[in-house]
Design a protein around this ligand. Structure first.
Ligand code: MBD
Ligand code: FE
Length: 282
């Protein structure tokens, strides 16, 4: 009987690769020839520049080749892309928004989580670890109008830093859910505060981190997708004040607007925090 502590990079990686293939994200993509050529030339040009500038050796070239092969074998291309590339794509694709800041989706989103009306409690184990957290807020348009029909999808790691469906031994939808807000866009949900998250250290991405002398940590975070009819989908993460990795997230996905400051509810009831979302119209 495997537990979440038996999580292996190659298994969470291949689950993430499989999920990406099934996501439909590539189904409609057709990038024009001119654009492929432009971008491929520019990226390769940047690689040639680095090789010349630093006089890259054959040993280094072969080490890179071997490592790239391992990224694929470990299924870690989704992890690599989301940790080291997605934040800039997110930045340029949302630069015109007036409403809420968002941030990267990351590799562990799964659509179709169980649905609840507000106030909700996310699916969790009877003895789920972590400080209980009541998370509530309102979803509005940029003009301040409360948005009827709004939904908050939320997914996050447990108190040990593991995600359901990507580590063994966890209930299928643990700490994942879709919460329907009320007619005024208000939502409230009960969960537990996640722990800081370390990306798998035993796969190819972990090898790069160790070889470069970096660290593998992300600050503790809640992942969210907030939606409402007639409005742009907001993909975001929320972090916690005082987390030591807010300033050195390996995935470069922290923004100051996305940091929560929960307060104690008293009587051992855990913490609570209010955070409102503002969505741009489509
Ligand atoms: C995560 O949990 C995550 O959110 C990102 C962006 C990358 C790896 C793991
Ligand atoms: Fe995450």
């Amino acid at each position: 009987n495997l537990t979440e502590f038996d999580a292996k990079a190659a298994e969470s990686g291949s689950a993430a690769t499989e999920r990406f293939r099934e996501s439909g994200k590539t189904a409609t993509v057709e990038v024009p020839k001119e654009r492929v050529s432009l971008l491929a030339n520019e990226v390769l040009g940047a690689v040639y520049d680095a090789i010349r500038k630093h006089k890259v050796t054959y040993d280094e070239f072969n080490a890179l080749k071997a490592w790239l092969i391992n990224v694929g074998e470990d299924g870690e291309w989704p992890l690599f892309m989301d940790v080291w590339v997605e934040h800039v794509v997110e930045e340029v694709s949302t630069e015109d928004r007036e409403g809420n800041k968002g941030t990267i989706e990351g590799p562990y989103y799964i659509p179709g989580a169980p649905e609840f009306d507000t106030p909700a409690t996310l699916p969790m184990r009877e003895d789920e670890g972590g400080t209980p957290l009541l998370f509530q807020g309102q979803i509005r348009g940029v003009d301040g109008t409360p948005l009827a029909g709004a939904k908050v999808e939320i997914w996050h790691a447990d108190d040990n830093g593991f995600y359901s469906q990507f580590a063994p031994g966890l209930p299928e939808w643990n700490l994942r859910g879709t919460v329907a807000a009320d007619a005024e866009g208000n939502f409230a949900l009960n969960t537990v505060q996640p722990a800081p998250y370390q990306i798998p250290t035993d796969g190819a991405c972990g090898k790069l981190i160790a070889a470069a002398g970096w660290h593998a940590w992300r600050p503790a975070h809640l992942h969210l997708k907030v939606s409402a009819p007639g409005h742009q989908l907001l993909t975001a993460q929320l972090y916690f004040d005082g987390d030591q990795h807010l300033s050195d997230d390996i995935a470069s996905a922290v923004k100051p607007e996305l940091v929560l400051s929960p307060t104690e509810r008293g009587n051992g009831a855990g913490n609570e925090v209010t955070y409102d979302f503002v969505l741009d119209a489509v």
